[in-house]
Design a protein around this ligand. Sequence first.
Ligand SMILES: O=C(O)[C@H](O)[C@@H](O)[C@H](O)[C@H](O)COP(=O)(O)O
Length: 259
Amino acid sequence: MTGAPQLVVHRDKELMARAAAARLITKIVDAQSARGYASVVLTGGRNGNGLLAALAASPARDAVDWSRLDLWWGDERFLPDGDPERNYTQARAALLDAVPLNPARVHPMPASDGPYEVDAAAEVYAAELAAAARPEDHGQVPAFDVLMLGVGPDTHVASLFPEHPAVRETERSVVGVHGAPKPPPTRVSLTLPAIRAAREVWLLAAGEDKAGAAAIALSGAGEVQAPAAGARGRSRTLWLLDAAAASQLPPELYPPAVA
Ligand SMILES: O=C(O)[C@H](O)[C@@H](O)[C@H](O)[C@H](O)COP(=O)(O)O
């Protein structure tokens, strides 16, 4: 299991997005060089989309072989295809429509105007993940290279909200979420076991309204009360913060001791 979460604090959210985009490009290029392909799980929210927009604007984006990149989603708002509030729609606008992806490797979560209600849609997505898992992944989902998560002010990640049934799920990799406190109420989400299958989990938090959440999640809170505390990667858990989101961290966590 992974060690303690690592923290990187940037001056502001724009710099955080640009630096995280550069970091993601490097991870994808390294994985593709080592293994021929890379797999990344995208998040919704302003910070996740800010990172994608920064990646779209980066000249280094051409270093990525977009045709050999698998894209998955950590959660989705269960809305009709093309709805501007869908995470998939927003990711397309920020980056995906501008790069030559292989459509067969892009795996949006089902939309509400498709053939499934939300719980069946979650099962369909779980089956898609299971079909993509390789024997060496040792699990029911692929060992994603990088799984990104925006952190909510209440410490939610993906659509796993504090004290909700979805955050207690220990068996299934994907669940339907009902009655989410953040609109829309109906969502599809990876579970904590699926998130923890990733090699690296990156948590993105920017802005003063995230300072309390970051402090709680990084100070030993339980994952049912603070879902972000349960989001860990197999080999690395990385918190990418701006200075405002880091402003309430306990002094033993940040700033680093001067050498
Ligand atoms: O569907 C959603 O609402 C998002 O997936 C959600 O989990 C988001 O990532 C966080 O709320 C952080 O959002 P911001 O980056 O906008 O603060």
